[in-house]
Design a protein around this ligand. Structure first.
Ligand code: ADP
Length: 660
């Protein structure tokens, strides 16, 4: 009646929601193991699948398990540590195994990942063909004393290391030495940067040190074919360094020795789609399973990492001085409430004078504004209403097309509309563009300094890493005087000729009702100060309506540790992450509001019955146009409440970064 047999759990390539956690097949005599690519029959069709586990089971002879058809790969497509990490993700982030596996593999057909494998000779980065070859140009930079001490302490500690170094202290050089260490011992390294455009910047730095052919760049803008090609190259061992944004963490390194997460505080390290993973925790899990070293680098540690350093869960190495002892720039805070602008809005006279001075001296300036377009809204002077987007119920931003004609754009839904002749609310013709975006900055600069060579870096102008590379080259070759743009101009760029960095309106982002708003502003402003005076004395100008805000003052005075400690105390007293856990439940269905309110009541009941220390709220999301609702649960031991909840049609977001 009973027999002990081997069964395989296979995640099948299918969108069917019911089988996201895999189906059982009988492998028979086939040579398969966890991670193998196999062919199985599903709904009477042959399809590809990945074996996620092999288990001995006691089988009742009365039911039949389908036989597996074919094993497609000689060796597993996914390694044991990758499979274990995917399983952890499915459990921790409340998603199916199939969702958790998605970032590990390029899009199907997966057969193309093994196509030439049988014929190709595998190359691995073993020490004997590394040193002395072109792959590794010994002549690496000499570290200064502070860098040497940091490097040694990172090498000596098995825990994840936080390399906390002021902007321009040379964190990248420390990374380079760590990568070289691992390369010499035949191990692969992954370096993550917070956004696609920054891959070019870091690639440029590492290309000078290592052979380009041994470096792979992975990011979500690659075409499926290019992605599959890079994937195969990494898996074959030809590559010892993978550079990329968030998803590059899942590169198929068989011999992973090191993961570096640069600018670890950046919120782009959280995936905002299922699987809603955060790179910080996922990388730690992957490194544990792979026995690899994890290094976080930043000038402004996230409160999550800072807390872990204090608990001695992370090791910390510090770089307190800029390389070559270059002083941090002087910072001037200008109160926008005191400025009479006229047509020069949003440039204050001291900022204009500072730009003019740079132009005269042949030095460069970086100008930052957290909004693209020409104006932040179109306002009717008669009825005082703004033109609203029906999709998000938020004001349209005004842009100009290549011919200079204005159009309306909803930044949240992407909807575009033409500017109406009359106000749709009252019918008068008194529509006015108000507020400024990066296009306005370009216009004002063009009028005031017609000879200045200006580069604009926002997502209207810059979409691919190649465009970013071109732009950075122009800055390095001094073919431009002013670089202006949104966030990509403040993050991580190392441009030695920049001696002025300015934020036009620091408050954009501050007014959002978000417990992380202050932390973000602090990080952005510190990043901004990091762009100026890297090679010679520099200056920073912060224009703001809130000159006394704690985060602005702390950034202006380079008081990072003090800011982190104050903010951590504040979060402790108010009960916010990282001192508590947070889970967000998102409802997009037609009955979103009813479902959210029901879940809130259900959770409240559990909190009271089990005396759990937690808070729960339900509300429409800020950018959901009233149709999307969410429930925010915050407190301790939240996971004990999740079993037995009705979570069908609900997106569960564990450790959310966005909560608006
Ligand atoms: P961070 O990432 O900490 O902001 P970077 O790594 O960009 O700083 O370094 C700042 C600048 O100093 C870069 O131009 C870098 O090449 C230079 N630098 C840092 N350390 C060294 C070193 N040991 N030798 C030569 N140049 C260095």
């Amino acid at each position: 009646m009973y027999a002990v047999v081997m069964h395989s759990l296979v995640v099948v390539h299918s969108r069917n929601p019911g089988i996201g956690n895999g189906l059982t097949y009988d492998p028979g005599d086939l040579n398969v193991q966890p991670g193998s690519l196999v062919k199985v029959s599903f709904r009477k069709k042959l399809t590809e699948g990945i074996v996620v586990s092999m288990d001995e089971v006691v089988k009742e002879k009365t039911y039949e398990v389908l036989k597996m058809q074919e094993s497609l790969s000689e060796e597993p497509l996914l390694s044991e540590s990758h499979l274990k990490t995917a399983r952890w993700m499915a459990g921790y982030y409340f998603c199916s195994l199939r969702s958790a596996l998605t970032p590990f593999l390029p899009s199907p057909p997966w057969r193309r990942l093994i196509a030439k494998e049988r014929a190709s000779v595998q190359k691995t980065c073993h020490p004997e063909h590394v040193e002395g070859s072109t792959r590794f140009s010994l002549g690496m930079t000499q570290l200064n004393d502070e860098q040497k001490i940091a490097l040694e302490s990172i090498r000596a500690d098995k825990r994840p290391s936080l390399l906390f170094g002021v902007t321009g202290s040379g964190k990248t050089e420390v990374y380079a030495h760590l990568i070289a260490d691992h390369m010499k011992s035949g191990k692969q390294s992954i370096v993550l940067v917070p956004e696609i455009l920054l891959t070019e910047h870091i690639l440029h730095r590492f290309e000078e040190l290592f052979d380009r052919d041994s470096i792979a760049v992975l990011h979500s803008r690659l075409t499926p074919v290019a992605r599959a090609k890079q994937w195969k190259k990494i898996r074959s061992g030809e590559v010892f360094l993978v550079i990329g944004s968030r998803s590059a963490l899942f590169a198929p390194c068989k011999n992973l020795g090191l993961v570096i997460i640069d600018e670890e505080h950046e919120w782009t390290y959280k995936n905002e789609q299922t699987p809603r993973y955060h790179v910080r925790e996922t990388a730690e899990t992957l490194c544990n399973f792979s026995n690899a070293k994890l290094v976080f680098g930043t000038a402004t540690p996230s409160l999550e990492s800072w807390k872990r350093v204090k608990e001695e869960h992370y090791h910390m190495a510090r770089l307190e001085k800029r390389y070559r002892d270059q002083a941090l720039p002087s910072v001037r805070v200008i109160d926008l409430a005191d400025v009479c602008f006229g047509k020069q809005y949003p440039f204050s006279p001291p900022l204009l004078a500072a730009i003019e001075e740079r132009l005269k001296r042949g030095e460069q300036s970086v100008l930052f504004l957290n909004r693209r377009g020409i104006a932040s809204a179109m306002l009717c002077l008669k009825c005082k209403k703004r033109l609203m987007s029906p999709a998000s119920q938020l004001p349209y931003t005004v842009h100009r097309d290549a011919r200079g004609n204005p159009y309306l754009l909803d930044h949240f839904s992407g909807t575009r509309a033409s500017v109406p002749v009359a106000c749709p609310h009252c019918g008068t013709h008194e529509l006015l563009e108000v507020g400024a975006g990066t296009q306005r900055l370009e216009e004002v600069i063009g009028t005031l300094f017609p000879k200045a060579r200006v580069l604009r870096a926002d997502s209207d102008m810059l979409q691919t890493p190649e465009q970013m590379r071109e732009l950075l080259q122009k800055m390095r070759d001094r073919e431009a005087d002013i670089l202006l743009g949104t966030q990509s101009v403040v993050k991580g760029l190392d441009l030695p000729e920049v001696t002025l960095a300015a934020v036009l309106i620091a408050d954009i982002g501050l007014s959002l009702p978000h417990f992380r708003a202050g932390e973000r502003v602090f990080q952005l402003l510190t990043q901004l100060t990091g762009r100026s005076g890297r090679a010679k004395a520099g200056e920073v100008i912060i224009q703001t309506f809130r000159p006394d805000a704690a985060e602005i003052q702390a950034a202006a005075q380079h008081r990072t540790v003090e800011y982190l400690e104050t903010e951590l105390r504040l979060r402790t007293s108010l009960g916010y992450p990282p001192l508590t856990e947070m889970i967000r439940f998102i409802f997009r269905s037609v009955d979103a509001s009813t479902r959210a309110k029901e879940l809130k009541e259900e959770l409240l009941q559990k909190i009271t019955e089990n005396k759990i220390d937690a808070h729960v709220s339900a509300s429409p999301t800020v950018f959901g146009g009233g149709k999307v609702w969410h429930v925010l649960l915050r407190g301790k031991h939240l996971r004990s409440m999740l079993p037995n909840l009705n979570l069908t049609d609900v997106i569960v977001d564990v450790d959310p970064v966005e909560c608006l």
